[in-house]
Design a protein around this ligand. Structure first.
Ligand SMILES: Cc1cc2nc3c(=O)[nH]c(=O)nc-3n(C[C@H](O)[C@H](O)[C@H](O)COP(=O)(O)OP(=O)(O)OC[C@H]3O[C@@H](n4cnc5c(N)ncnc54)[C@H](O)[C@@H]3O)c2cc1C
Length: 319
């Protein structure tokens, strides 16, 4: 019996969401009086033993260049075999791109109950009950998992990473790697941008900004704060901004520490993707804009007047 945590990597570096998953998994292990172990696939240049500081006793690795590019089918098989070999009874993923690809496949393969989008630690006092978001974050459900192996995918930014001290033992896996059924022929990485899915600060613009020529109102503040940029679907549909920036029900769902919405009405489909943000700041010239109901801070005003003042104020504070 142990808790196995999938540690996601990109270009040889462990992703931020994996630290959250590791800390969460370590706490689940403590609740179950067992140990937490990680699994990393592909070549990683980060210092893996130091991940013991997140509460991991062991890290299982399979270094092979065939695994450097994420493939959910190939990864699933290796993780499934590791679960069986280690006797893990709980498997944790971040509910990000990789977790969404692997966790359901693993669930089918191991006939294991899956709770996707968990937002809190399981209640182990009465079975194994996990709280998750439902209806695009408008409600919570408490889900009891009854299978021997339980899988949880944790919503990003739902659990604070806890770093203390400790060194993890590295265990090399010896599992045959399946031939991939699909081949990555090229990867076009967007250079110089902060990845939206992992950003702690997000500055976002809507149709209230009137056109792409005014996007400096968003990007000036984003550059100053080291924030990612986002937009409403109406903006992406109008080709003012690329579709990978569109957040909401049909776009990316994010949960940054701060979401700054400029000239966005706050339609329910938009809120569905951003309402898990820790702090929401809204700037809109219409005091009746629905977004104000979801806002922690709001400014009723014209973005064309307000934003330059905010940028100046931030510049002053930053010296
Ligand atoms: C099935 C479905 C799925 C959808 N999925 C999504 C989704 O994932 N994400 C998404 O965003 N939308 C989605 N939509 C669209 C959504 O319903 C809204 O139409 C869209 O979010 C509106 O974008 P907006 O707020 O930028 O534009 P608008 O609704 O046009 O609002 C512009 C806002 O800017 C304000 N404004 C205007 N001028 C200024 C100014 N000078 N200064 C300050 N404020 C100003 C206005 O008061 C207004 O509130 C979906 C719709 C459907 C039907």
């Amino acid at each position: 019996m142990s808790v196995l945590i999938f540690l996601d990597q990109s270009e040889g570096h462990i992703k931020k969401n994996s630290f959250e998953a590791a800390s969460y998994g370590a706490k689940v292990a403590a609740l179950l009086n067992t140990s937490a172990e990680g699994i990393v696939l592909g070549n990683v240049s980060d210092d893996l033993p130091s991940l013991g500081a997140y509460g991991l006793k062991k890290i299982h690795t399979l270094k092979n260049e065939a695994l450097d590019n994420f493939d959910d089918q190939v990864y699933t098989k290796i993780i499934a075999e590791t679960v069986v070999a280690t006797g893990a009874t709980v498997v944790i993923f971040s509910n990000n791109f990789s977790g969404k690809g692997i966790a359901p496949r693993l669930s089918a393969r191991l006939k294991a109950g899956l709770v996707s989008g968990a937002v809190a630690l399981p209640d182990v006092a009465n079975g194994f009950v996990v709280k998750k978001n439902v209806f695009s974050g408008k409600a919570f459900a408490n889900v009891a998992v009854n299978t021997d192996v339980k899988i949880i995918s944790l919503n990003p930014n739902s659990y604070k990473p806890v770093k203390t001290e400790g060194t993890a033992e590295i265990v090399e896996l010896n599992i045959p790697i399946d031939k991939a059924r699909v081949k990555v022929t090229s990867v076009n990485k967007i250079e110089g941008e902060i990845p939206l899915a992992e950003a702690e600060l997000v500055i976002s613009g809507g149709r209230g900004l009137k056109g792409p020529e005014n996007w400096h109102l968003v990007t000036d503040l984003a550059k100053l704060l080291g924030a990612a940029t986002a937009c409403s679907r109406a903006v992406a549909d109008a080709d003012w901004r690329p579709h990978h920036e569109h957040v909401g029900q049909t776009g990316l769902a994010i949960a940054p520490n701060m979401y700054f919405a400029i000239g966005i009405s706050g339609a329910i489909q938009h809120l569905a993707g951003v309402n898990r943000s820790k702090v929401i700041v809204v700037i809109n010239k219409d005091p009746e804009a629905p977004f104000f109901k979801a806002a922690d801070y709001g400014i009723v005003g014209d973005a064309f007047e307000v934003m330059p003042k905010i940028v100046e104020a931030v510049k002053k504070i930053k010296g």
